[in-house]
Write a protein that binds this ligand. Structure first.
Ligand code: PLP
Length: 393
């Protein structure tokens, strides 16, 4: 039977990693893969994560199964992190998932179960996995314009114009912060406009929150999500702990589902069912680490301090790069790099220019010119700036 299989399209980022590894040049710069790296190019285990792991190691007495939808303590800690203190617990169902991707997948699954005819509206561009998961699930999707390629900023007028066509019961996927791949984000006022529009249309927002704490801060990065959560009757939120806790391989995520309090129990039951049908219990270790950190004041402070170092480090690199380019080009046309937030910025280079930067300067970025700012350090910023100018971007 396996003869019927055909190869899937290769993952562009994995291909890029292969090319980077094979490049013998020592001054090469990897801006491809979406993983945080410090100035030494290392993705560190965060201090609070180490401390929490030690505590778990010392105190854990069993490895028996947990609960099908995940531990309530994890749900509560994540709900408070994402929605803030005083979140409406009576309206909230939650699911521990296999990473943020698992939360995205389960959000699509429960939306399909609740409304088999749902169309999912996706921003253009978006994280490619959104599209491939939807296509794999055969869920109908439509896209709305999001990015003004010329200004390298959100094209809000186009976004709102496209979302006028949303139908009652459709799902509208939004990036909670640190938009991947562009780095361009909605202002809080714009989130308000989106909330009004979706409320008027009877559409349900699904927020992918994969980088909380990487943009403007833990609270600020959740502000748009919180605004929708207070204004709309139903909201799905897929939260990832991979980046902000640096626990990529532990596969830790959480799906939060806000709805009518009267439906909470059946929604919670459905979420557990989805885990059961897919992989049964989600992995425990990462979720236990996250719960330990978020519920212990000392570990939480340690985590927030390190996350702040990560965030401000990336902002510093953004400013340095924008300044270097201002100096080299005698213009402010790259200032958008300092305004973008999160790990990524879309530079706006053509595929040929991306290729030229790779061949001539050993700069590796994705073909659509998405750059991982965390792949830089203060020494490689001037190298990148010169390569950008030399490629004629
Ligand atoms: N959503 C977006 C937009 C992402 O960029 C990512 C990771 O790259 C994820 C979700 C999920 O990440 P993970 O499954 O590793 O938690």
């Amino acid at each position: 039977m396996f003869q019927t299989l055909t190869p899937q399209a290769p993952d562009k980022i994995l291909q890029l990693i292969g090319m980077f590894n094979a490049d013998p040049r020592t001054e090469k710069v990897d801006l491809g893969v979406g993983v945080y790296k410090n100035a030494q190019g290392v993705t560190p285990v965060m201090r609070a994560v180490r401390a929490a792991e030690k505590r778990i190691w010392d105190n854990e007495t069993t490895k028996t199964y947990t609960q099908m939808p995940g531990e309530p303590a994890f749900h509560a800690a994540m709900a408070e992190l994402v929605l803030g203190k005083g979140y409406p617990a009576e309206r909230l169902a939650a699911l521990q998932t296999v990473g943020g991707t698992g939360a995205v997948r389960m959000a699509f699954e429960i939306a399909r179960m609740a409304n088999p005819g749902t169309t999912v509206w996706v921003c253009d561009p978006t994280w490619p996995n959104h599209l491939t998961i939807l296509d794999f699930m055969k869920l109908p999707r439509k896209s709305y314009r999001y990015f003004d390629a010329q200004a390298r900023a959100v094209d809000f007028a186009a976004m709102i114009a496209d979302l006028q066509a949303v139908q009652k019961g459709d799902l509208v996927l939004l990036h909670g912060c640190c938009h991947n791949p562009t780095g361009a984000n909605l202002t809080l006022d714009q989130w308000g406009t989106v909330a009004d529009l979706l409320a008027a249309k009877g559409a349900v927002p699904m927020i992918d929150l994969a980088y909380q704490g990487f943009g403007d801060g833990l609270e600020q990065d959740a502000a748009g999500t919180r605004l929708l959560a207070t204004r709309l009757p139903e909201v799905l939120i897929a939260s990832s702990c991979s980046k902000n806790f640096g626990i990529y391989r532990e596969r830790t995520g959480c799906l939060l589902v806000l709805g009518d309090a009267a439906n909470r129990a059946v929604t919670q039951n459905t979420l557990g069912f989805l885990n059961r049908q897919t992989y049964s219990f989600a992995p425990d270790h990462g979720a236990r680490v996250v719960t330990t950190i978020l519920t212990d004041p000392e570990l939480r402070r340690m985590w927030e301090d390190e996350l702040e170092e990560v965030r401000s480090g990336m902002l510093g690199l953004r400013s340095q790069l924008a300044e270097e380019l201002r100096r080299l080009t005698n213009s402010d046309r790259f200032d958008f790099l300092a305004h973008h937030r999160g790990m990524f910025s879309r530079l706006g280079a053509t595929p040929e220019q991306v290729e030229k930067m790779r061949t001539d300067s050993g700069i590796y970025m994705v073909g659509d010119s998405r750059m991982n700012i965390a792949g830089l350090n203060t020494d490689s910023v001037p190298v990148l700036a010169r390569a950008i100018v030399a490629a004629g971007v």
